[in-house]
Design a protein around this ligand. Structure first.
Ligand code: SF4
Length: 378
């Protein structure tokens, strides 16, 4: 067992930790009556602002006694607002910040945080650097690995990573231990912190009052944040996804599945064809682009398909341009394929998904923002 004490500055640096929460409990600070804590409320509000605008939080590191209170205050606002979209963005922002701090942290403190139950999961991680280092670490090529994490914790933390580099088979593994370098440990901890905060849900903060029951300073801050969130949601609703051309990565599972079948030369049903044509034509695709999607179908007949697509697009017959099928109809046809959390929950940012276009518009907006954020320094 590693004996290590965390100072107040450490606790403020790792404000997401159970150690920081225990400190606040010990001091008996009641977050819902933060009278005289205007700076804490202001900073919590600005964390949420920058979470929404840039996907980052930038704690003030000069006042650890106040900073340590900002995290639970921001978390309380998010719970009061009851918006999972902010919770997920906040979880991303906090975990990114945590990783930067961890990468420069003392080894013994990293080990303490990682092995403490509740910080990265219900149980503490089996993470070790003492023994690994005492044995000279593990050298592979010109790389030296001085940390080791038991493979079960590794697999659980890395399960959402898509890069092949993180696959267990590509890691140095000895007797159940995955050998790592410090930046990798920080990256894995980042992911575990993100998951823990996202999964903690909106109801986990204790004794959440309604906005009207809050003291005036907290109520006004909650109302300001709520306005900003509403503005953000209306931004994505009016977002011109078609013009931005986010492409197939923003399609929902139902449409992806039809395209996938077509690309593999698997036949699709009449309703699947209609669902795809209505969706693509409402995205602004032209006849040729839509025909291209059908061209690998085993029974593709160019002339018949063109007639059929033009008809569905209102270019023939009575000139009726059909709207895409909504989710209820697609579910009845057995076409719904809810591979994404939005579809599993039937909601995007608290609003019911009416159909694949809702999904496409919102996902395109999220992808575009992500790109913007990646371009921003820091
Ligand atoms: S929930 Fe709607 S958009 Fe999502 S996969 Fe099902 S039908 Fe498609």
């Amino acid at each position: 067992m590693i004996e290590e004490k965390l100072s107040l500055t450490d606790l403020a640096n790792h404000f997401w930790s159970v150690q920081a929460a225990a400190y606040i409990r010990e001091k008996d600070v009641e977050i819902t009556s933060l009278d005289g804590y205007g700076d804490v409320i202001g900073e919590a509000e600005s964390w949420i602002d920058s979470t929404l605008d840039r996907g980052l939080v930038s704690p003030n590191r000069t006042r650890p006694d106040r900073t340590i209170l900002v995290y639970p205050t921001a978390r309380m606002f998010i719970s009061i607002l009851g918006n999972e979209y902010i919770l997920r963005r906040f979880a991303n922002a906090v975990s990114k910040y945590a990783a930067v701090v961890l990468e420069h942290e003392d080894d013994s403190k990293i080990a303490l945080l990682a092995t403490t139950p509740g910080n990265l999961g219900d149980k503490g991680w089996q993470l070790d650097y003492h023994k690994a280092r005492a044995a000279g670490g593990l050298v592979v090529g010109n790389r030296k690995f001085e940390w080791r994490l038991f493979f079960t914790d590794y697999v659980s933390a890395a399960q959402n990573f898509h890069d092949a580099k993180w696959k267990l088979v590509n890691q140095p593994l000895r007797e159940g231990w995955v050998y790592l370098q410090k930046p990798d440990v920080a990256r894995l901890m980042e992911e575990a912190i993100r998951t823990r905060i996202s999964r903690s849900g909106l109801k986990s903060a204790r004794d959440i009052p309604s906005v009207k029951d809050l003291p005036r300073n907290l109520r006004e801050a909650a109302e300001r944040i709520s306005k900003k969130v509403k503005k953000r949601i209306s931004e994505f609703q009016s977002y011109d996804a078609e013009q931005a051309g986010a492409g197939e990565s923003a399609y929902p599972g139902c449409i992806k599945q039809i395209l996938d079948k077509l690309s593999k030369g698997i036949g699709v049903s009449h309703n699947e064809r209609l669902a795809l044509v209505f969706f693509l034509s409402n995205l602004g695709k032209d006849v040729e682009e839509i025909l291209q999607a059908f061209s690998k179908s085993p029974d593709f007949d160019a002339e018949r398909s063109r007639y059929y697509v033009e008809h569905a697009m209102g270019l023939r017959g009575g000139g009726t341009k059909y709207k895409p099928f909504g989710c209820p109809k697609l579910k009845t046809f057995g076409i719904c394929n809810p591979i994404d959390n939005w579809c599993k929950n039937g909601k995007i940012f608290q609003r019911t998904i009416r159909g694949p276009l809702d999904f496409y518009r919102a996902r395109s907006w999220v992808l575009a923002r992500k790109k913007e954020e990646e371009k921003q320094p820091g």
